[in-house]
Design a protein around this ligand. Structure first.
Ligand code: OAD
Length: 237
């Protein structure tokens, strides 16, 4: 376990944090599954698929607009913060399935967004990408007249292969791999912990659910990410 107040860039340590919705739960961002989860309240087939968007763009846009509005009220928590802090001391890569941007808000720079970002929209026709973190999207139309869709990976969308390859590279070159707050049921992201095992690195799973299935070879730490991560690293000033 790394309980080290002397982490410096020459320790040879190289960390990967593979994160899911659970890391943002205590920032007030609802998780997807389980009680009160987003997919318990909404039918993903109606709001989170290209098919739904083609059928009824206004419904899909309204759902994502509501999520952005809520997210604007959410701040990074201790888990995001300790990961950002670590990056100032040792090589750190965050591979996140989250689309909330909270790792970046905490100060993490080296973030691979496997499922895109709620703060970007894109036009499938002319490939324009709009960043909407600091401005409200008044109209969800591109200048070319087409609807802009959120630049995120919906159900049935292929994952961006380049992004996935950069995640794989980071996992293969790390020394310690932490899976944090993910149910591990959405593929191909769910295969990333196995890549870490194959690479022979030290693997830890941090999750609030003591009964979550984790791959053999992972050390299980049960509890809130925002409590476990600061405790684990106990960074010095
Ligand atoms: P899930 O909602 O499936 O899983 C959240 C995980 O976080 C569960 O294992 C919870 O037990 C755990 N958890 C909840 N609160 C926690 C806390 N405070 N500390 C630590 N762990 C906690 O979310 P993801 O695994 O991220 O895809 O879901 C994967 C993908 O499914 C998402 O990226 C999204 C969704 O459909 C797309 O949008 C494409």
């Amino acid at each position: 376990m790394i309980r080290d107040t002397k982490l410096t860039s020459n320790t040879g340590i190289n960390l990967v944090f593979f994160t899911g919705a659970g890391i943002s739960a205590e920032s007030g961002v609802p998780t997807y599954r389980g009680k009160g989860g987003i997919w318990e309240q909404y039918d993903w087939q109606a709001v989170a698929s290209q098919e739904a968007f083609n059928r009824n763009p206004r419904t899909v846009i309204a759902f994502h607009h509501k999520r952005r509005k809520w997210l604007r009220t959410c701040k990074p928590n201790g888990a995001h913060e300790v990961i950002a802090d670590l990056e100032t001391k040792v090589p750190v890569t965050v591979i996140t399935q989250n689309i909330d941007g909270l790792h970046q808000d905490a100060g993490s720079q080296n973030v691979i967004e496997l499922h895109g970002s709620l703060w970007r929209s894109r036009c499938e026709a002319c490939h324009t990408v709009i960043h909407s973190k600091f401005k409200q999207m008044v109209d969800n139309r591109c200048n070319c007249g087409r609807w802009l869709r959120p630049d995120i990976t919906w159900f049935s969308d292929p994952i961006n292969q380049q992004v996935f390859d950069s995640a794989r590279k980071a996992v293969e070159s790390c020394t310690h791999f932490f899976s944090v707050g993910t149910s591990g049921v959405v593929w191909p992201a769910a295969g990333i912990p196995s890549l870490a095992l194959e690479a022979g690195v030290v693997c830890t799973d941090i999750d609030i659910d003591p009964n979550k299935e984790i791959p053999a070879g992972f050390t299980r730490l049960t509890g809130k990410a925002s409590e476990i991560l600061p405790e684990l690293f106990q960074l010095s000033e």
